[in-house]
Design a protein around this ligand. Structure first.
Ligand SMILES: *[C@@H]1O[C@H](CO)[C@@H](O)[C@H](O)[C@H]1NC(C)=O
Ligand SMILES: *[C@@H]1O[C@H](CO)[C@@H](O)[C@H](O)[C@H]1NC(C)=O
Ligand SMILES: *[C@@H]1O[C@H](CO)[C@@H](O)[C@H](O)[C@H]1NC(C)=O
Ligand SMILES: *[C@@H]1O[C@H](CO)[C@@H](O)[C@H](O)[C@H]1NC(C)=O
Ligand SMILES: *[C@@H]1O[C@H](CO)[C@@H](O)[C@H](O)[C@H]1NC(C)=O
Ligand SMILES: *[C@@H]1O[C@H](CO)[C@@H](O)[C@H](O)[C@H]1NC(C)=O
Ligand SMILES: *[C@@H]1O[C@H](CO)[C@@H](O)[C@H](O)[C@H]1NC(C)=O
Ligand SMILES: *[C@@H]1O[C@H](CO)[C@@H](O)[C@H](O)[C@H]1NC(C)=O
Ligand SMILES: *[C@@H]1O[C@H](CO)[C@@H](O)[C@H](O)[C@H]1NC(C)=O
Length: 318
């Protein structure tokens, strides 16, 4: 309880960073990264341990792996692919992350980088099994035409997806979901995941924490992602994950009498919502569940292009 409260109170150190602007964004470009800790010395034993660590993570054939290298000046690392990503895409992503992280964070003793398909984190401090509350948020600039209804639908869906990810996913700590909630509004698709070193309870605590931090007014945005160190979620008004959703929800809420085209003022937001503004690409392409292939990749490319061009990132440290 105490830890939970401090999560909400200590919304400190808000860094505003431009996302890397790449002229030709591809699915391999990172979404965001954070460099932390002091600098190590070139060719020190930590540097050599880190090099070994990254090489071994890079060679991983698994969607999740951790590594510890050295007896002193140890380097600890973790890689995780999104739960629905095919193994070849997973490997490509992990390789890019291992290679790029030392360029994105030159000589940092601690760093994390997120890609669409994977994330990589290393540190000079052992971090496995614990929930690190730090995170970044990316949101679509556009609000739903019916913000209150949309926000409550997203919250319901994401709460259930998070719960399923933590407690009922055969320890993969990953789940997806979809929700049809009103005929005149788009179906919502959501995904939640924890790093697999966490217990179900710690995963649940992590996801619950980030879902609360996201905030009521932010839930009215028509898409968003929260990139946490230990867990993450994403929702969109179009399909973005492969395979059938773990959860399918259907609600029949009747359309509100006068849906306002411009967003009406929402419930007052909690502490200033930390946002990565990024109005996302384009209307949902009609893709059917389970067809992961090319359509989704195109989609991702466009999302990243726009995020790279105009995105703002804020990271809050908890
Ligand atoms: C990372 O590496 C990949 C391929 O190795 C490259 O395409 C990409 O531009 C690099 N940069 C970032 C920021 O991810
Ligand atoms: C660490 O080294 C990088 C590259 O040399 C430098 O840009 C950065 O300011 C250094 N950071 C600290 C905290 O000394
Ligand atoms: C670190 O080692 C590399 C290759 O072994 C060498 O090229 C480089 O000059 C060394 N850097 C320092 C700061 O000693
Ligand atoms: C989260 O991770 C960062 C970077 O490794 C570290 O500086 C920070 O102390 C961690 N916070 C917690 C609560 O573990
Ligand atoms: C969306 O709603 C938020 C909060 O009410 C508001 O600050 C923002 O300007 C709106 N965005 C657009 C694109 O209307
Ligand atoms: C978890 O999964 C099992 C098997 O699929 C199912 O019987 C059970 O009802 C699920 N529990 C929850 C809380 O979803
Ligand atoms: C957020 O919305 C819920 C209902 O969906 C409400 O119970 C809660 O008080 C709201 N929180 C804030 C901070 O406005
Ligand atoms: C993104 O939002 C800004 C400001 O709300 C707007 O000027 C711009 O046209 C939008 N871009 C797209 C692609 O929607
Ligand atoms: C956001 O709203 C603007 C203005 O209505 C529209 O041009 C743009 O396509 C929308 N972007 C998305 C991603 O829906």
């Amino acid at each position: 309880m105490a830890r939970f409260r401090s999560l909400l109170v200590v919304v400190a150190a808000v860094l505003v960073l431009l996302l890397q602007s790449a002229p030709t964004a591809t699915a391999e470009d990172s979404l965001y990264h954070v460099c932390e800790g002091s600098n190590y010395t070139a060719n020190s034993s930590f540097h050599s341990n880190l090099r070994t660590l990254l090489a071994s993570l890079s060679a991983s054939n698994s969607a999740f792996s951790t590594g510890t290298v050295g007896s002193s000046n140890q380097a600890f690392g973790l890689v995780l692919c999104r739960g629905d990503v095919a193994s070849n895409n997973c490997k490509t992503c992990i390789k890019a992350a291992s290679k790029n992280i030392t360029q994105l964070c030159v000589q940092s003793r601690q760093a994390i980088v997120w890609y669409d398909h994977c994330q990589l984190r290393y540190s000079d401090v052992r971090f496995f099994s614990s929930n690190n509350g730090s995170l970044g948020i990316m949101v679509n600039n556009n609000n739903s035409t019916d913000p209150d209804t949309f926000a409550s639908a997203v919250k319901e869906l994401m709460g259930k997806v998070a719960d399923r990810a933590a407690h009922n996913s055969s320890s993969l700590l990953f789940a997806t979901g979809m929700m049809k909630y009103r005929s005149d509004l788009p179906t919502i698709y959501g995904l939640a995941q924890c790093t697999r070193d966490l217990s179900a309870d710690v995963c649940s605590q992590c996801l619950q924490g980030i879902l609360d931090i996201y905030g009521n007014s932010t839930y009215a945005r028509i898409g968003g992602r929260l990139l946490g160190y230990s867990c993450n979620f994403r929702y969109e008004a179009y399909t973005f994950f492969a395979g059938d959703p773990t959860i399918s929800l259907e609600r029949t809420i009747s359309p509100s009498p006068s849906p306002s085209p411009s967003p009406s003022p929402l419930l007052s937001p909690p502490p200033p919502p930390p946002l990565i503004a990024s109005n996302k690409s384009h209307p949902p392409t009609a893709e059917t569940e389970g067809q992961s292939g090319k359509g989704n990749k195109k989609d991702i490319g466009k999302v990243l292009t726009i995020a790279a061009a105009i995105g703002l990132a804020l990271v809050i440290t908890l």
